[in-house]
Design a protein around this ligand. Structure first.
Ligand code: FAD
Length: 426
């Protein structure tokens, strides 16, 4: 479905058939136009249609083309930042609400999956944040204390208790978050698209918005094959802005994350790795993720791109990491590789823009977008239906480019390559 071999990897192979959608043709009208077919746009379209609002969604490529079809599939609660850091950055009023709303975001995701019977390998058994060092364990202690003080069901596991849950002796402990879980991310996006359509939203793919203009009392959206007139527009293009919104890349630091998947592991090995069904990632600055899929493939990921020169370097790192963390795997056959671009901001806080009258967006989830995208899609749907902007637990921000974005992107990519190269030699 996609334009690059290494873009959606395993998820594209194991997702159910994609929804059958076509490009928009001619001129159509709607109350609300949603731009982007990832979690934010699809959740917005679903909630709008369920509320009886006439809705059109335009996706530049295919459903799940952006982060939604490439991610790790960890449905985590809250942001990547620790709760107290969120409050420090956005202030107590927004901060505590943001933590509460996003802390509950897995409820919305798993609730939608259950309500609509979305087939996406959903497992709500929690996630494990694993301490890669004694310092990492101390950070988990802080994280646990901050969540506990807010009543969240998180449990700190000692090294001894974490080892059998992870299936590896390499970690110094772990934080089990019972609110969280895992999904097949592209399948979840397809599922949302199907239920949004069933609810009455009109969805079009291969329909990049190339121009967006205010005309008297409505917006006019242009694509290569058609137009939409809409009273309000939700912009949900996030880390993959194209055509008319290409410029929004300037607000993001380019930050890539790759994954490799093994062939299905034999049953006796499979049941020794993450036997409780959690997904996991570690506390390292160049973080690694690891999880199993439904067929027992082990999927490991980390920072970097697996295109061009990065491919063999990161592939070697993946092999070494599996061998080190999970020696029980034995001979390793890596069958899939893919990567994606994470929408990262300097302070790791998402952005809420009210760009013009009836043109709104929330973006930049900093690698935590399954829950947040689903939640903010719903909140944006309510906003364009008349809810107060105060219902969005973020301050309104002005779009602002990051001057050093390319330099920062280079820093992360080079840093990750160096780190994976050095690790290769350990
Ligand atoms: C490798 C990777 C790993 C990640 N791991 C996790 C994880 O484990 N857990 C988690 O919660 N989050 C994770 N994330 C983040 C998560 O995937 C994103 O935050 C999420 O996909 C955001 O959804 P979205 O709908 O806002 O944006 P996207 O999913 O990026 O969708 C935006 C869509 O807009 C479309 N678009 C762009 N321009 C136009 C245009 N002009 N006209 C029409 N359509 C347009 C794009 O084609 C794209 O389909 C990860 C991300 C990556 C890349």
């Amino acid at each position: 479905m996609q334009d690059k071999m290494l873009s959606h990897g395993l998820w594209e192979e194991t997702a159910p058939p994609s929804p059958k959608l076509i490009p928009i043709e001619g001129t159509q009208s709607a109350d609300v136009a949603v731009i982007g077919g990832g979690y934010t746009g699809l959740s917005a379209a679903l909630h709008l249609a369920e509320a009886g609002t006439d809705t059109i969604l335009l996706e530049a490529k295919k459903i799940g083309f952006g982060g939604a079809g490439r991610n790790v599939g960890l449905v985590n609660a809250g942001l990547w930042l620790m709760p107290d850091d969120v409050v420090r950055i956005v202030g107590p009023a927004y901060g505590e609400r943001l933590i509460e709303v996003l802390g509950a975001s897995p409820d919305l995701v798993f609730g939608l999956i259950e309500k609509h019977g979305i087939q996406c390998e959903a497992m709500r058994k929690g996630t494990l944040h694993c301490a890669h060092s004694p310092g990492g364990f101390r950070a988990l202690q802080q994280r646990q204390a901050q969540w506990k003080s807010r009543g969240a069901p998180v449990t700190l596991l000692s090294r001894k208790d974490a080892a059998p849950k992870i299936g590896s002796n390499c970690f110094h402990g772990a934080l089990l978050d019972q609110r969280a879980g895992t999904i097949q991310p592209l399948a979840y996006a397809y599922g949302l698209a199907k239920v949004a359509e069933l609810a009455g939203a009109r969805l079009y793919t291969d329909s990049p918005v190339t121009d967006l203009k205010r005309e008297s009392n409505h917006w006019r959206l242009t694509t290569p094959s058609g137009h939409v007139r809409a009273k309000a527009v939700i912009l949900a293009t996030l880390g993959y802005p194209q055509s008319a919104f290409k410029d929004r890349e300037k607000e993001l630091i380019p930050f890539n994350f790759f994954q490799f998947a093994t062939s299905p592991l034999p049953e006796n090995v499979r049941k020794t790795i993450l036997p409780g069904g959690q997904g996991a990632w570690d506390t390292n600055m160049i973080l690694s993720s690891f999880r199993l899929d439904q067929t027992g493939r082990l999927i490991v990921g980390s920072v970097g791109q697996v295109e061009n020169m990065g491919y063999s370097l990161h592939k070697n790192w993946a092999r070494r990491t599996i061998r080190k963390l999970f020696p029980q795997v034995g001979p390793i056959s890596l069958e899939h590789a893919w990567n994606g671009r994470i929408a990262m901001t300097v302070d790791h806080i998402p952005r809420f823009h009210m760009l013009e009258e009836d043109l709104v967006s929330v973006s930049s989830y900093n690698g935590r977008g399954i829950g947040p995208g689903t939640v903010f899609g719903k909140l944006l749907a309510e906003l364009v239906q008349g809810a107060s902007p105060d219902t969005i637990p973020l301050p309104v921000a002005k779009p602002k480019g990051i001057l050093t974005r390319s330099l920062r992107g280079l820093f992360y990519e080079t840093g990750a390559r160096m780190y994976h190269l050095i690790q290769r030699r350990i």
